[in-house]
Design a protein around this ligand. Structure first.
Ligand SMILES: NC(=O)c1ccc[n+]([C@@H]2O[C@H](COP(=O)([O-])OP(=O)(O)OC[C@H]3O[C@@H](n4cnc5c(N)ncnc54)[C@H](OP(=O)(O)O)[C@@H]3O)[C@@H](O)[C@H]2O)c1
Length: 247
């Protein structure tokens, strides 16, 4: 799956671009010749590493510290996009946090943390940058395919990511008449070879659930994001594209 080179010079905001799927997406976009602004929350070292990686690039990504749950920070992020890129063609709402707690122990603060980041953050980002998006723009939200199946001890995460699909479909209808497409990419459990987070035994168990016998890697998800962001998906809006090896 490729974007067919249609992302050259496109102006793109990727939230959470300093690690994992967001980082793979930023790398793929820069490779395609897109002009990228990305944000992170706390990890200054990861932001520094990204800046160093692209210090010699013709169009290095602009890296802004901005919490997607903070409307004032998002106002500043939108201002950076306006100033640096003079508008936006693509928004990738990648930021999300996971959590694990059986319902009986799921505290209200933890429920709120996950809903605020995974769902409210997306609404706030789109609202903050809406005025920068024109005809032909594309919004790609990063959900989770687990939300379609359900996962024990993850009611908050499943609820947030399932709601993100509803948000995607509603915005697709609302913004479609303005020529703006809105879609979701829904990864399954992701294995990052550069930062493995699962013990080998757990990895093997999850691999066994996938038709392809392997987990998605960040770059697999990034390729799907680029497809939906680009002109190859010009008539695609409101969909959820699973990237989970066929679970
Ligand atoms: N990894 C998986 O197995 C998996 C599976 C299904 C779905 N997903 C979804 O894919 C997306 C990316 O996941 P990932 O695992 O690649 O993420 P990750 O490695 O945890 O990286 C998250 C990125 O988002 C940033 N971030 C976190 N909270 C933020 C906030 N409040 N404001 C701004 N930036 C924030 C982080 O910056 P700091 O480091 O500075 O905080 C980092 O750059 C998420 O939506 C996740 O739910 C992931």
């Amino acid at each position: 799956m490729t974007s067919g080179g249609t992302l050259k010079d496109r102006r793109v905001l990727v939230t959470g671009g300093t690690r994992g799927i967001g980082l793979a997406t930023v790398r793929a976009l820069v490779r395609e010749g897109a002009r990228v602004v990305t944000c992170y929350h706390r990890d200054q070292a990861a932001a520094g590493a990204l800046a160093a990686e692209f210090s010699g690039a013709a169009e290095p990504p602009r890296i802004v510290r901005a919490d997607v749950t903070d409307p004032a920070a998002l106002e500043r992020l939108a201002a950076s996009c306006a100033e640096e890129l003079d508008g936006l063609d693509v928004v990738v709402n990648n930021v999300g946090v996971d959590g694990s707690a059986p319902l009986a122990q799921l505290e209200r603060a933890e429920w709120d943390r996950v809903l605020r980041t995974d769902l409210t953050g997306c609404y706030l980002v789109v609202q903050a940058v809406l005025g920068l998006l024109g005809e032909g723009a594309s919004i790609v939200n990063v959900g989770a395919s687990g939300a379609l199946r359900g996962r024990p001890a993850a009611a908050h995460h499943g609820a947030a990511k399932a709601a993100l699909i509803g948000l995607t479909r509603s915005l697709a209808k609302e913004l479609g008449p303005r020529g703006i497409r809105v879609n979701t990419v829904a990864p399954g459990p992701v294995h990052d070879p550069d930062a493995p987070s699962l013990p080998p035994r757990a990895l093997a168990g999850i691999r066994g659930m996938a038709a392809l016998g392997r987990l998605a890697e960040p770059r697999d998800v990034a390729d799907a994001v680029l497809y939906l962001a680009g002109d190859g998906a010009r008539c695609v809006s409101g969909v959820t594209l699973n990237v989970d090896g066929g679970m």
